[in-house]
Design a protein around this ligand. Structure first.
Ligand SMILES: Cc1ncc(C[n+]2csc(CCOP(=O)(O)OP(=O)(O)O)c2C)c(N)n1
Ligand SMILES: [Mg+2]
Length: 800
């Protein structure tokens, strides 16, 4: 794309005006005009949007190509929607309903907006890093020989300067450097304002050093073309020096006050009764204000020139000087994030934009050029040339059962490693598309054998020196463009952002990947916002989190994970499982590989009341605790029950007095306890819960269906508990927070005593800790004794 010719520049200038108008009007409408706007205070959008109007005009209407993908700063959402509206991809109804039910989203959303958002944003810093990982995924896909028929795109983030306070941005930068990042642009809206305040002086210099240190090119866009021209006039150099020395707060304050204030201040500071004074006095207040507002971030020629000058694929950071709220009455004011134009100010703005009442949404209203000229231009915009930007990739076939050799005693983590190792043997389309990633815990989460088979990914091949030197080692670390494991540094945020990028490959790059990430379960919390973000974008992946709970006992309290089962229960878009046995894991794993590829109807199934056809990501909470494995044949009924969330390991008899419901690695304690209780309580049942999350989701959905009149709706857990007598008590037990299973009592009104772990900090053997926290067989028996009245249970030993 070449630099815009004179008439094209004129069109772009008109579009910039229109974009600013539409974005400001959208927010004004939401606040003042829409019925039941609930006094929405969305002022931040007006100032933040104005800041990026020129940059986004330059990009979307001139620079971007169809293969480029963009993460837009959250508060520039109205600008994005306005641009899409002009390009015919957004509707007036959605703009009128901005931030309302069914309307255009406050922050650009891949899943909720209709106008082809590439990457969602909202939680600052995450969208920024997502572009970096998307670039790595683009390289991964192409290095494997896929999608080569499409041109390479640039992954671009429009970054608010305060977003760079978020640590995840720098974690990503470091990882990007390690992985040889290319085709990534971060365009910083350097308005020197955040939500509360004006930012520290000279941050740009820190940013510049940081980005260069990580191997990025840095382009600083400070002076617009008007400014540069003025610097060429006699006295212009003095003006430039003054601008360079001017503190951020003062500059902002003068922008807010306007031309007369600029004149006074400049004359006081650098007036010389000579050339500088002439330079200032030759301009009206308006002209002076326009000159001083003409930072490069608002200057289309400077922006386009800088973007077009990039003729390489190295990552580039553009630091664009801007003014928050430029062109609006509160431009530069430090409180403008919450600022909102009053109706009177809006009327003045309307007059300046030549928009007639009733024509606010007209695309060509008030523009100086004929509508046909602009319309013809919009039809030629390269960004929109190839229509919709989302791809589909056919699902890969998954066998119903995955082979695995089950040892008499085995941990689910070992089983997971063995399952992947078996998959690694098979050269079929399914296994070619699996990509694993781990933040420096590849070996300790049992991915080693898989990596030995499939190799590590790097764009440039790297040999394993230990192997070449013939030093014996269990693991071969050979990197190549064909490798299928991405080894990350320890930052868990990066794992989730990478999974988010890998898990969107089918829709962004048209090439399906089956990402599997491993990490220690407690560190899910370290990257939780990024995990939530990945789910919100509907990225598809499997997360194997291990070890979990207190089963890694001697390693200590610091690594206990207590809350993660509740995260599994509550996180939307993530189906959580905690199998106890490896045959269960094999079933769940196979199901997960298919589930992550589903993209169907959002209605729940009438059998389980789960939305299995919609698909999603899967979280496997695993353990290093080796436990005795049941010897049994898998059958279709058991398989389905495992997937639905639970089954009777010991079916309760007709006179059942007690049920023990357990999840995960505490299975032996539950089994042992049932044996002890059975001597004094009748027909005891043992419920294996493989997924509290899915049992709970099905139950909730079935209740909702009944409340809507579908009286026969029944969920899996309701069917399981249907024949358990009302007087029966339930003891639940999990190596995690007891609330995970406590709700089981609500299903059919049984009395429940939930056991689990609530406190941190002990080290010891598993037996010590299970006793200490009260989830061993003895504690289960004691709980059953209280929850199910009757004669004392003889085997109950005194609790220590
Ligand atoms: C993780 C997170 N923390 C806090 C917020 C609330 N918040 C929204 S915008 C913002 C400041 C934005 O400043 P900047 O990125 O410089 O954008 P500008 O408003 O200047 O356009 C904050 C703190 C958020 N969205 N995400
Ligand atoms: Mg800012």
């Amino acid at each position: 794309m070449s630099a815009p010719a004179g008439d094209e520049l004129e069109i772009l200038r008109e579009l910039e005006k229109k974009v600013l108008w539409l974005a400001s009007w959208t927010i004004h409408h939401a606040n003042h005009l829409r019925e039941n706007s609930d006094g929405l205070k969305v002022g931040g959008h007006q100032a933040s949007s104005a800041s990026l109007a020129a940059i986004m005009t330059a990009l979307y209407f001139h620079v971007l190509k169809p293969e480029d993908r963009v993460a837009v700063k959250p508060h520039a959402s109205p600008v994005f929607h306005a641009i899409q509206y002009l390009l015919g991809a957004q509707t007036r109804e959605k703009l009128e309903a901005f931030r309302a039910y069914g309307g255009a989203q406050s922050y650009p959303s891949r899943t909720k907006d209709i106008d082809d958002v590439d990457f969602s944003t909202g939680s600052v810093g995450l969208g920024v890093a997502q572009t970096l990982f998307a670039s790595l995924v683009q390289d991964y896909v192409r290095a494997h020989g896929w999608g080569l028929e499409r041109p390479e795109g640039r992954m671009i983030a429009l970054v608010g300067d305060a977003e760079l306070d978020e640590g995840n941005v720098f974690e990503a930068l470091l990882e990007g450097w390690k992985q040889g990042l290319r085709n990534c642009w971060w365009i910083i809206d350097y308005n020197r304002q955040s939500l509360d305040a004006v930012v520290r002086e000279d941050l740009w210099a820190r940013y510049e050093e940081l980005f260069r240190a990580f191997g990025w090119d840095v382009v600083i866009l400070k002076y617009g073309s008007l400014m540069r021209r003025a610097f060429g006039e006699p006295g212009g150099e003095r003006l430039r020096e003054w601008i360079d020395r001017c503190p951020n707060s003062l500059y902002s304050a003068l922008v807010f006050q306007g031309g007369a204030a600029w004149r006074k201040r400049l004359l006081d500071d650098i007036g010389d009764q000579g050339p500088v004074t002439r330079l200032i006095e030759s301009r009206s207040d308006d002209e002076l204000s326009r000159l001083m507002n003409n930072l490069a971030g608002h200057d289309l020629p400077s922006l386009i020139e800088a973007f077009e000058a990039v003729d390489h694929d190295r990552p580039v950071c553009f630091i664009c000087y801007t003014i928050k709220g430029v062109g609006l009455p509160f431009a530069g004011h430090k409180d403008n994030h919450a600022g909102l134009m009053t109706p009177a100010q809006m009327e003045k703005f309307r007059a300046a934009m030549a928009v007639r009442p009733g024509h606010e949404w007209d695309k060509f209203e008030g523009l100086a050029l004929p509508p046909e000229t602009i319309e013809a231009f919009l039809e030629r915009v390269p960004f929109a040339a190839r229509g919709p930007r989302r791809f589909k990739a056919p699902p890969l076939e998954v066998p119903e059962a995955l082979p695995v050799a089950i040892q008499p005693a085995m941990a689910t983590q070992t089983g997971f490693g063995a399952l992947l190792n078996e998959l690694g043997r098979q050269r079929v389309p399914l296994t070619e598309r699996i990509v694993t990633a781990s933040p420096d815990v590849t070996v300790s989460t049992n991915l080693g054998p898989w990596v030995n088979r499939r190799g590590l990914f790097a764009r440039e091949a790297m040999a394993d020196t230990f192997k070449d030197e013939r030093i014996p080692s269990t693991f071969h670390w050979e990197f190549s463009g064909k490798g299928q494991h991405i080894e990350l540094g320890i930052a868990e945020m990066n794992l989730f952002l990478l999974l988010s990028a890998l898990g969107l490959s089918h829709t962004i790059f048209g090439e399906r990947l089956l990402p599997i990430g491993t990490l220690y379960d407690p560190f899910i919390e370290r990257g939780l916002d990024a995990l939530n973000y990945a789910c919100y974008q509907d990225a598809r992946f499997i997360l194997a989190a291990t070890p979990s709970g207190i089963t890694l006992a001697p390693e200590g309290g610091a690594h206990q994970s207590i809350a993660t089962p509740l995260i599994g229960l509550a996180q939307d878009g993530l189906a959580a499982f905690e199998p106890a046995f490896v045959d269960e894991l094999a079933v769940i794993f196979a199901w997960a590989l298919a589930y992550m590829q589903k993209d169907g109807d959002a209605a729940p199934s009438e059998r389980s009341w789960l939305r299995d056809e919609t698909g999603g990501s899967v979280y496997l909470r695993l353990s290093t605790r080796a436990i005795e494995q049941p010897k049994r044949e898998m059958n279709a009924e058991l398989r389905q029950a495992i997937i639905d969330g639970g089954y009777w390991l010991r079916r309760p008899g007709p006179n059942c007095q007690a049920v023990i419901a357990y999840t995960g690695a505490v299975a032996p304690e539950a089994i042992h306890a049932v044996g002890l209780i059975a001597e004094d309580r009748r027909d005891v049942g043992l419920l294996a819960v493989t997924s509290a999350d899915r049992l709970n989701a099905g139950w909730t959905a079935a209740q909702r269906a009944r409340e809507r009149g579908l009286v026969h709706a029944r969920s899996h857990i309701e069917r399981l508990l249907a024949d358990v007598p009302a007087h029966c008590g339930i003891v639940t037990v999990v190596d995690g927070h007891p609330a995970t299973l406590a709700w089981l009592g609500g299903v059919a009104g049984h009395r429940v005593r939930p056991l689990g772990v609530e406190h941190f900090g002990q080290t010891g053997s598993i037996a010590d800790l299970y006793r200490h926290y009260g989830i061993d067989a003895n504690a289960i028996v004691a709980a059953a004794q209280v929850v199910v009245p009757g004669r004392p249970i003889r085997h109950l030993r005194a609790l220590p």
